[in-house]
Design a protein around this ligand. Structure first.
Ligand SMILES: [Zn+2]
Length: 684
């Protein structure tokens, strides 16, 4: 039985000066930065709507599932054995960084505690926090693999060890616990760990401590957030030092030989060049994206405009030339790496779920720091496509890699690119990452500044927060991501001042007509950047409505994306669509489908039977099937001579893929002959 199942049942405790009520990212100094995130309790998502239902599913399905799996996988047992002094008795279960899976689940539970935890999850949190505390060495060091298997290698394998990576996740879990006032089991552990890190790692050249960085960036964001929580400036100094040392030629990245593969280049670890000297996004996608999130955190808290500009330059490269239509990153399975500019093969897309989450987190930090709408655009793209599609309709199965084209004959015997979502993975980084993001997702939607409030991602729910001159309660209703109308009612306003209410207008919406009304009267709203902004003396009962048309867009890629040249993709609103083999006529292979975009594409509420209730709109289109089965692999004949048959195509949202038996699908569909002579466009 669940306790406190009402989403608003547990108010956050009174602020105590330790950041209680803050969400996952809470810039303090704001020497750089213009937007303040709202506190975690200031937004409540409504059930019966997309985001609220997803967060609810995260609480009732995903999080309990993750709890079960970190227990079953042995990740908790590894810590238990160390706590009992039996660490070396048996081999470590799972990857050597499995502690981080446990910490991510604890972090998710802490954020979720705002809405009340089930007895099962609460019991897990209490017991596991106690185990973690007992496993920690008296000097504050904590890592079950090194303590249990090879204590002589502690801090000797920074290349593969993931020790700082795991430490970062522990600190993030502790931060979440303290900000939500939930179970405080990790507070003392975090303090001891921080003491150990400060005693171990160099803060400046010549101080005699260990000069090194982690092969897997992550600790940077965690250290900055723990600094934001505690005010301990040494943690900010350590985070800054980690950023500054990375890529320095005189800083070694030692390997023990026990943990990793020697073939990986330094760029894989993002240790090939200093961050400030790079202009290219490269290496292991998750590492690069976590690093960049930490770089922005350090830049914001140290008022380092040069460092912020360096991160934005890498963003320009990544989002200008190396990003999938679905917002995914990583076009190579080998090294899980980003790939070259325009190297974006659909059928070999790796696009790891953790990279998508890291992209969301990096873009949020850049949005807070700069106010530039392009960062909100990318959050929306990656959220509603790669992140939403990484988890099953039921909330208990996951994609690790998120390909854009799964062939009919695809062999998915391993975990590398399975046909369907799996309940868990040997390398289990992604599922608990989804759980912690969705448990705190309301912390990424709205900001405020001196002028008023900004809604970046539409949602249905309530907001209670400060505005210039007082406080306001809002009731927000949106049809997003299916429809383009967002309705904001001022249910209470104590301010007598004029303030701005702004709503992000995504790039797809700006192509159609936008209608803005206040109390049902059309108003002239200013369009700044890509925000509709209405400034007035808001009163209780006022009603702002922003209505956008949601056109179906047929997209082409930049000319240089050879892999999908002459192909088309379909997007409606923020949702990228795909064709699944399950919706094709019998005998038609997915590989032989052609889209005729000269004929209209229509949204339809008649969605495939198995997706009803999950998908609100499918898209119907005209196409052809070609006879692609015969003929040699290579020939000098014109492919245009192939026989074709007319075909009705059904597109379903990419996020909903893989829930039916066939599973083969593709986002990019070849254009009908004669439609390919188009001018190059910007990368979609
Ligand atoms: Zn992952």
């Amino acid at each position: 039985m669940e306790r406190g199942s009402n989403p608003a049942s547990r108010a956050l405790p009174e602020a105590s000066g330790r950041g209680v009520g803050d969400g996952p990212v809470q810039p303090t100094g704001m020497a750089i930065g213009c937007l303040h995130p709202l506190g975690l309790g200031e937004i409540v998502l409504a059930e019966g709507h997309e985001l609220g239902d997803w967060q609810r599913r995260n609480s009732t399905k995903t999080l309990p599932h993750c709890v079960d799996r970190v227990v079953a996988s042995g990740a908790v047992r590894n810590l238990e054995r160390v706590a009992q002094g039996r660490g070396g008795e048996v081999p470590h279960e799972g990857w050597h960084f499995s502690d981080s899976d446990v910490y991510k689940v604890l972090e998710a539970a802490a954020w979720d505690g705002v809405r009340g935890l089930s007895a099962e999850v609460e019991g897990f949190v209490e017991e596991t926090a106690a185990v973690v505390a007992r496993a920690q060495r008296p000097d504050g060091y904590l890592n079950s693999w090194f303590q249990g298997q090879h204590p002589e290698l502690v801090w000797k394998d920074l290349r593969w060890g993931h020790e700082l990576y795991c430490a970062g996740h522990l600190l993030q879990a502790a931060t979440a616990e303290q900000r939500t006032g939930s179970h405080p089991g990790l507070a003392d552990v975090a303090e001891r760990l921080v003491g150990h890190l400060l005693a171990t790692f160099s803060l400046e050249d010549g101080d005699g401590r260990l000069v090194g960085v982690c092969g897997h960036p992550e600790v940077e964001t965690a250290l900055v957030e723990y600094y934001r929580l505690t005010g301990d400036v040494r943690l900010l100094a350590l985070a800054k030092r980690q950023v500054d040392l990375r890529g320095r030629a005189d800083v070694a990245l030692p390997a023990s030989g026990l943990l990793g593969d020697a073939r990986f280049p330094l760029s894989y670890f993002l240790h090939h060049l200093p961050v400030r000297e790079r202009t290219s996004a490269t290496g292991h996608a998750v590492r690069e994206l976590y690093l960049q999130a930490g770089v922005v955190d350090v830049a914001v808290e140290t008022a380092d405009l040069e460092l912020l500009a360096a991160s934005e330059a890498i963003w320009d490269d990544l989002f200008g030339t190396k990003t999938y239509l679905t917002g995914g990153h990583g076009s190579r399975h080998r090294d899980e790496s980003i790939g070259d500019a325009y190297e974006l093969p659909s059928d070999r897309a790796y696009a790891e779920t953790c990279a998508a989450i890291a992209s969301f987190q990096w873009n949020w930090r850049l949005l807070l720091a700069t106010g530039r709408a392009r960062y909100g655009e990318e959050m929306e793209r990656v959220f509603w496509n790669t992140i939403a599609g990484a988890i099953s309709r039921e909330g208990t199965e996951f994609f690790y890699s998120n390909t854009l084209h799964l062939r009919t004959s695809h062999d998915s015997a391993d975990e590398d690119s399975p046909r369907r979502r799996l309940p868990w993975y040997g390398c289990a980084c992604c599922p608990p990452n989804l759980a912690r993001l969705m448990a705190s997702i309301q912390g990424y939607l709205v900001t405020r500044d001196a002028s008023g409030l900004q809604v970046h991602l539409p949602f249905s729910g309530t907001v209670s927060t400060e505005v210039p001159g007082g406080n306001v309660d809002l009731a927000v209703r949106t049809g997003h991501p299916w429809e383009g109308t967002t309705d904001i009612e001022v249910t209470r306003c104590s301010s007598g001042e004029r303030w701005d209410l702004s709503l992000h207008l995504p790039e797809w919406a700006r192509r159609g007509a936008t209608r803005v009304t206040v109390n049902e009267e059309p108003v002239e709203a200013s369009l700044e950047g890509s925000y509709v902004r209405v400034a007035k003396h808001w009163r209780t009962g006022d009603h702002l409505q922003v209505s956008d048309s949601v056109p179906i867009r047929v997209l082409r890629s930049h000319w240089r994306v050879d892999a999908v040249r002459d192909c088309l993709a379909v997007q409606r609103g923020p949702l990228v669509y795909c064709v699944e083999a399950d919706d094709l006529e019998e005998g038609v292979a997915l590989e032989d489908v052609v889209l005729d975009a000269t004929r209209p594409l229509e949204p339809t509420v008649v969605v495939p039977e198995d997706l009803q209730g999950y998908v609100k709109l499918a898209i119907s289109a005209s196409g052809e099937s070609v006879d692609g089965s015969a003929g040699p692999l290579y020939d000098d004949k014109d492919a245009g001579q192939m026989r074709t048959e007319p075909l009705v195509l059904t597109f379903v949202p990419y996020f909903a893929r893989g829930h039916r038996p066939e599973a083969a699908m593709r986002v990019w569909v070849p254009a009908r002959q004669g439609q390919s002579e188009t001018h190059p466009t910007e990368l979609v």
